[in-house]
Design a protein around this ligand. Structure first.
Ligand SMILES: Nc1ncnc2c1ncn2[C@@H]1O[C@H](COP(=O)(O)OP(=O)(O)OP(=O)(O)O)[C@@H](O)[C@H]1O
Ligand SMILES: [Mg+2]
Length: 593
């Protein structure tokens, strides 16, 4: 650092002191700089000894005069020395201030982020600001198998190519630095055997370990391809920077680990929840299918028991009819051949009213035949309904499934004390056979019709259930822009609508109808499984749609739509759980009318 003698002598204090001294000594003095320019005194009086004005042995000017002016030269030297010290101190203070500001800014930046990539990039950028470097890299310790190595996570300059992206701890200067926990300067890379890797391109290298909580977590290296000399001050600055950055990177790593742990925990919780949901669904399926299979078994048993005697009666009735006709014919023949009857026969004929009996007997046999036919129909319906265990799909007449279900529910449709009978209106369309699981579809009809009857049972007004079926053909859709056909899926489906004029469903519970165990019925009356099972059967087993539209006070309508032909995937195995779909709650229910 240089001291300008001219500026120094401009100080009024020094000037005054020199003037006083010269005067008191009764002499004159000329002060000039090293280039011979006069700074103080009269040039014409430049005579006598030339006394040096110096700082730390370096001459910065001359005092010219008699030998007795030597103390004045010493005083100016002393003054210059002090001035230099002041300047040096001021510079140090400024440097310290700059360093504090730099560290403050740095720590602000470092603590503002928990992103490891961001932090290592920042560290490298700041390091580049601190010392001259043509290349550099930040590495973090990582474990591959049983060996620890340094993995480059951010770099600049050509040295950090593919060969240097992973550095084994044992074989490099960086490994030494990390293991010892001490930074190193290598100003002559070419001659340091530990820097073999870098010798070709690098001239000087500075390597600093990243240490957090006393534990190495990585390193930072900066190098220069031109000959430079890194100093202890560079090492100190880099150490300070590395110390701060290491703590921030360590925190970010911990944060990242805790995020991963939290995500894992969250995933595990979700898996558990999913398992619980599946368990609940399986349980609900079990309960419902147990219920339905007991009902099916009962129905099948009853049908079987009735079937034999009714076949026996119905089979014999035709003979009875034939025998009756023949006997009556013979009787008529007797009357024609023997018109004169004995009084006893006449009395007996009058008593039994033979004329009426002969006319009524065939009618009686006929009505008995009608009765047995009806019973046979009922038995057929019961057997149809109880096809619960059939796993395979087959072409089914859905109308007969609905009719059988209504037959089973017949007793609930009849008038009850306090309410008239429930009228069932069938608007059956022209449906072909539908490929589906007959028993499961009956289960759906059973659930929805039972719910409708439940709703109608609670009201005074005449109850009505309207069942509408129709075949839907999906017409080819047209492109909005050109009006040309977009797709030709010739798929057809069947729509079954079951509407009741019951109390309806409040909007707030519409979205929960298909959730397992959701019920508004009292304990013992409803399990809340009917609709969730129906949802599974329609959506998962048949790839169809089920939705409910309702308006409180007016009624409820269920829409069931299934494809005419089951897709191969869904039809494969009815017992296997089909592809997972949206949860029932996500399914739309809404307001009708
Ligand atoms: N037609 C309807 N009218 C009014 N509410 C209905 C109707 N259908 C269903 N619900 C409502 O949906 C709820 C769920 O029906 P779901 O069939 O799943 O169970 P549940 O009938 O209560 O019991 P479960 O059928 O298991 O015996 C019912 O409790 C009822 O509140
Ligand atoms: Mg129900």
């Amino acid at each position: 650092m240089a001291i300008n003698l001219k500026k120094l002598c401009d100080s009024p204090l020094l000037l005054e002191a020199i003037a006083d001294l010269v005067k008191s000594m009764g002499t004159s003095i000329v002060i000039q700089d090293t280039k011979g320019r006069v700074i103080f005194g009269d040039e014409s009086k430049k005579a006598g000894s030339q006394l040096p004005i110096e700082i730390d042995g370096e001459v910065i000017g001359w005092a010219i005069g008699e030998a007795k002016v030597a103390p004045i030269a010493s005083i100016i030297s002393c003054f210059a020395q002090k001035e230099l010290e002041k300047k040096t101190l001021a510079h140090e203070v400024l440097d310290n201030y700059r360093e504090i500001t730099f560290l403050y800014d740095l720590s602000e930046k470092l603590t503002a982020s928990l992103d490891i990539d961001e932090l290592v990039n920042l560290l490298l950028a700041e390091a580049k600001e601190l010392i001259k470097a043509t290349s550099g890299a930040v590495m973090l310790l990582s474990n591959t198998g049983n060996t620890e190595e340094l993995k480059v996570v951010s770099a600049f300059g050509q040295e950090w190519n593919r060969d240097h992206l992973r550095i084994p701890l044992d074989e490099s200067i960086l490994g030494v630095v990390v293991k010892n926990g001490l930074g190193e300067i290598i100003n002559d890379v070419a001659n340091d055997p530990r820097c073999m890797d870098f010798e070709a391109t690098m001239s000087a290298l500075i390597c600093i370990p990243l240490i957090s909580k006393g534990r190495p977590i990585g390193a930072i290296a900066l190098g220069n391809s031109s000959p430079v000399t890194y100093t202890a001050a560079d090492l100190k600055r880099m150490n300070t920077l590395a110390f701060q950055a290491a703590a921030a990177i360590d925190n970010a790593q911990l944060y990242q680990e805790s995020c991963i742990a939290a995500t894992t925990a969250q995933l595990q919780a979700e898996k558990l929840q999913q398992a619980l949901r599946e368990l609940q669904e399986t349980q609900s399926q079990l309960i419902q299918s147990e219920k339905m299979s007991s009902l099916g078994q009962l129905v099948a048993g009853v049908a079987h028991e009735i079937n034999n005697p009714i076949n026996f009666i119905s089979g014999n009735l035709c003979h009875a009819q034939q025998y009756t006709e023949e006997l009556l014919k013979i009787l008529q023949l007797y009357q024609q051949e023997f018109p004169n009857l004995t009084p006893a026969l006449e009395a007996a004929i009058a008593e039994i009213d033979l004329e009426f009996l002969s006319a009524d007997f065939p009618k009686l046999i006929y009505s008995m035949k009608l009765g047995t036919d009806r019973i046979r129909e009922i038995v057929l319906s019961l057997r149809n309904f109880s096809r619960l265990d059939e796993a395979q799909t087959k072409p089914v007449d859905l109308h007969s499934g609905i009719d059988s279900t209504l037959m089973i529910l017949q007793h609930r449709l009849k008038p009850q004390p306090g309410r008239p009978n429930i009228q069932v209106i069938k608007n059956y369309g022209d449906l072909p056979l539908v490929e589906c699981h007959a028993g499961l579809m009956n289960q759906v009809f059973m659930n929805i019709l039972s719910n409708a009857i439940d709703a109608l049972e609670e009201q005074q007004k005449p109850g009505e259930i309207v069942i509408t079926t129709e075949l839907i053909s999906h017409k080819p859709r047209l492109l909005a822009t050109t009006g040309e056909p977009m797709s030709h899926d010739g798929n057809e489906s069947v729509l079954i609508k079951i509407r009741d004029n019951g109390f309806g469903i409040p909007e707030e519970i519409c979205s929960r109808l298909f959730d397992p165990f959701f019920t508004t019925k009292p304990v013992g009356k409803g399990t809340g499984l009917g609709l969730s099972i129906s949802y599974k059967i329609i959506v998962e087993k048949h790839g169809g749609i089920i939705k409910c539209l309702s308006q409180p006070g007016l009624g409820t309508e269920f829409y069931i739509q299934i494809p005419l032909k089951l897709s191969i995937e869904l039809g494969k195995n009815s017992a296997a759980t089909a592809v997972r779909r949206r949860s029932p709650s996500a399914h739309r229910s809404g307001v009708l009318f």
